[in-house]
Every structure is written in C-alpha cells, then in structure tokens.
Write a protein that binds this ligand. Structure first.
Ligand code: SF4
Length: 510
C-alpha cells in the first residue's frame, strides 16, 4: 500500500516557494509598514509608557479570559440525560458555542438555534421559537429542551415564558416535555453566569413540576455533587473514584462528562450520559449538596439551600493537599462516612511527590489567568509548593472573589508579591508579564500569545485548551489531580531548564 503524497504541516507548507512568492506579491500590493516600523511598534508595546496606556483603556476589551453566557448554558444543558440545548437567537452565536466546546473537548456538540434573522429582530422571535421547538422534537427527539438566549433575543426583549406557553398551546411541543429556560444576555456576565442560570432553571423546573416521583429511603442517604462549569471530564471520573472509596451513594447535579467524552463505536448518538431527569426531584431530599465550584454556581447554591432546605458546602476547585483534605472532610461531614484509608495512603504518596519536586518549583514566579474557582485552586497549590503567584488576572471575577484570593495570598509569605486584577484581559496580562517578569504562566490556550511575547512557557490549565490534546481527560482535582498538576508544572520547569542549559548543565538527572 502506498503512503500517498507527502503531507506538509502548517509550519513547513508556507515555506514552499509558491507561498513565499504569493506572500511577497501580497506584501507589495498592500504596501504595509516597513520591517523597521513593525519592530519599533512592537518595542513600544513593551514599554512602561504603553503599559500605562493599556491599563488606562476602559472602552475596549482585548482577548478577555472569558466566554459569553449562553456557552455556559449549553454546557449546563448537556449535563442532563437526552437534553437538547436550544439557543433562542442568532445561528452564528450557536455555531460559536458548538465550535468552542468542540475544539476543547474534541467532540461533536449538539445544540440548535431558533435562527433569528433581521425580521425576527424587528417583529420578535416568537415564530422562530415555536417552529424551532416543533422541529427539534421531530428531528432530535429529546426528553428535555433547555432554552437559553443570545444577545439578539435579549436586546429586543423576547418573553421566553410566554413564547414557550404559546408553543404548548399551539401543540408544537407537548406539556409532558420539560422546557426550562434561562435568560443569558452576554453583555453582562460570562460563561459561568450562563451555566449557573441554566442549571438553576433546570433544577427548579424538574424538582417542582407536577407528578414527580416520591423520594425513597435510598435517595435521602445520597449526596448531591456539583462540579459546575467543568472543563475537565477527568474530574467527574476522579469524583466517582473518591465516592467509590467512601462507599456512599451520590447524584451529580449536572454531569456533562458523557456528552463530552463519548466512545467511537461506529454510530453517533446526539445524547450520551448525563444526570437522569427523574433523579433531580429525588436530589431535593438528599443528605446535602457539595459543590466543587463556588463562584460559578452562586445562584444555584442559593436555590438549593433555600428551596431544598439541605446543607450546602461549596469550595473553589480543590487542587493541592489542603484543598483536597477539605474536600474529603466535607464528604465525610455530609455523609457521616469516615475518610477511607486508601485515600489517606494516596495523600501520603502525593505529599512525597510534592517533596520530590519542590526544589525546582520553590520561588518560581507565576502569572495566572482564568475563572475565579480555578484561580483560587491554583493559588492554593502554588503557595503549598513555594511558588509565588505574581500576576493574577480574572476577567469574570467579583469583589468577593478578589477578597477571598487576597486573604489566601496573605496567608503565606509566597503570596506577598501578588496582585489580583479583576475585570482585566489577557492584553493587560501581556503588559504585566513584560513589565514585571515571571518564570511561567498558567492559563488557557488564549494566553499563549502573551506568554510567547514575554518569553516564558505556558502551562495549559483551564478553559479553553484548543492547542493541546486530551488534557481535559486527566483530573486536576483531588490528590490524583494534584499530582497531575504538579507533573505538568514541574516538567515544564525542567524542560525550560534543559532548553536554557549551558553545555555543562544539561544534566541527566534532575
Ligand atoms: S456575545 Fe452575544 S452576540 Fe456574541 S456570540 Fe455571545 S451571545 Fe452571540
């Protein structure tokens, strides 16, 4: 069998003569700046004067470390069995959410749109929504449709509640089909706000509708687990493993790990896994709810605490020994089960691994960007191993997050140099990393350009990760997740050491 024609990758393809000639002709036609002018502008963009101007801007955002609300709503919807995410608004937005999630998880993402265009914007989108619901039932046969909105529907003020009721009265969708909805305007909030709004809507809808099954004894001895806007499917697996070690029953309130990590068996299904709809009302009678995110599910946690009347414990992403200890204590507290010996053993092994690596990490200065819960987890981890967070950029954090982050930083001498930048973007981060250098950056793929300009490596943790594969399959929470985070960071540092080593310093053993 022949191997076929030679395939050039992106880096070498455009070095071929024909592309180089094309590039020259384009350059001559466009009469661009000279190489010297480009160099001068680049040097200026790295100056202190430019940094001041960059931080003075207030009407422009460049490369924010966040996505828009409905993207989170799509993820929340995909956490439930046979649920179709339905975006009321424009098709282009829906294509963006699908491609964004697909590029991170490397999985197809089912989501439909009411496909509003100019006439919908002028006359309202009710017909689009009604026909869209009817078509969705006919084509995709979901058990639930979770409706959220894009900016267009929000700007014209479409009334989802009335439109869905009209759709039911017209017979476009049966009364037995749950259609929870959330308003997710993207001119405020971010993907985590949208996730929160949709999750709360689904939980409240399913737990209050008529004819729900009564909870059994088995339900009241279970624990509800929430992972929130979770970019790591591996974190669900890790929680399953931890709960199996405890031997306690549990229900995930939103489990999108199946939809974002389904097997290739030769046949495609729109739906894979997810929390069973019938389990939600039973979850209202559970022992309590434990959430591994705090800032991403604020309203949902308030709802559960107030309406389900059960104990609620939430914590930022538990990365590191202390944070995982807190996680296990919370499970123990809510279930009454002791922390299993196997996990204590595992803890010891991870402490050992941290000790092995800490001399390479001690004193390393770090810049990090991401969602509030993840940043708190990463700050805690850095302080545990003696790394020094310096620049912390949180585009979608609030004052409460800032205060919690500052308290955490103040608890350790390694946090002394840190500044938490709320509402800033990754272009601000570029100025920060160039003006006040650090050793490495931690964040999503979007941070790679700023890290490159600053001449430092990027450890990819967070969302989205487009340019590395399978990272989301490995957990970052719990002792095992802590070991994974440690491995990622320390090996990046060791690679950097090798890359920069003089001839006498390329040591075999590190
Ligand atoms: S910000 Fe608004 S218009 Fe843009 S993709 Fe998100 S929902 Fe659509």
């Amino acid at each position: 069998m022949s191997k076929g024609p030679e395939i050039y990758d992106f880096n070498t393809l455009f070095l071929q003569d024909e592309y180089q000639e094309l590039k020259e002709r384009k350059r001559a036609f466009e009469a661009p700046c000279t190489a010297a002018e480009v160099e001068e502008a680049e040097a200026y963009s790295k100056s202190e004067e430019y940094k001041e101007k960059n931080f003075a801007r207030n009407s422009l955002v460049v490369n924010p470390a966040k996505a828009c609300q409905p993207l989170g709503a799509v993820m929340a919807a995909l956490g439930f069995e046979k649920t179709l995410p339905f975006l009321h608004g424009s098709q282009g937005c829906t294509a963006y959410f699908r491609s964004h999630l697909s590029r991170h998880f490397k999985e197809p993402v089912p989501a439909v749109s009411s496909s509003m265009t100019e006439d919908g914007a002028v006359f309202g989108g009710m017909r689009n929504l009604i026909e869209g619901l009817e078509n969705s039932m006919a084509l995709y046969k979901p058990e639930m449709i979770a409706v959220s909105t894009t900016c267009m529907a929000e700007v014209i003020g479409d009334d989802l509640n009335a439109f869905i009721e009209n759709a039911r009265q017209e017979g476009a969708i049966g009364r037995e089909v749950p259609v929870p909805y959330a308003n997710t305007p993207s001119f405020v909030g971010s993907h985590i706000t949208g996730y929160d709004a949709m999750l709360k809507s689904i939980l409240s809808y399913l737990s209050t509708r008529e004819g729900i099954p009564a909870a059994t004894e088995g339900d009241v001895t279970k624990l509800n687990l929430m992972l929130g806007f979770e970019p790591y499917t591996g974190n669900f697996g890790e929680l399953r493993r931890i709960m199996a070690a405890f031997g306690g029953g549990y229900t995930f309130l939103g489990d999108h790990s199946g939809n974002f990590d389904s097997p290739a068996k030769g046949e495609y299904s729109y739906y894979y896994g997810g929390t069973k709809l019938a389990d939600v009302p039973k979850a209202a009678s559970a022992l309590g709810t434990l959430s591994l995110q705090k800032y991403a599910v604020k309203k949902t946690l308030d709802y559960i605490g107030e309406s389900w009347g059960q104990p609620v414990i939430s914590m930022p992403t538990p990365i590191g020994i202390k944070a995982t200890d807190r996680l296990l204590q919370a499970i123990s507290e809510l279930t009454g089960l002791p922390v299993p010996e196997a996990l204590t053993e595992e803890r010891g092994k991870v402490v050992d691994a941290l000790t092995d690596s800490h001399n390479y990490l001690h004193g390393k200065r770090v810049a990090m960007a991401g969602d509030p819960d993840l940043l708190l987890g990463l700050i805690g981890f850095c302080l545990e191993v003696g790394m020094e967070p310096v620049h912390i950029v949180c585009t979608n954090g609030d004052k409460e997050f800032q205060e919690e982050a500052e308290r955490l930083l103040a608890s350790s001498p390694y946090g002394e140099e840190a500044t938490v930048h709320l509402g800033r973007d990754l272009w601000h981060m570029r100025s920060l990393m160039i003006g006040e250098p650090v050793d490495l950056a931690i964040g999503s793929s979007h941070l790679k350009y700023a890290a490159k300009d600053a001449g430092i490596p990027l450890v990819r943790i967070g969302f989205p990760i487009f340019d590395r594969h399978h990272m989301h399959r490995y957990p970052i929470v719990g002792y095992q997740g802590t070991l994974n985070v440690l491995t990622l960071i320390v090996n990046t540092v060791l690679q950097q050491l090798d890359d920069q080593a003089p001839e006498y310093g390329l040591d075999l053993v590190r």
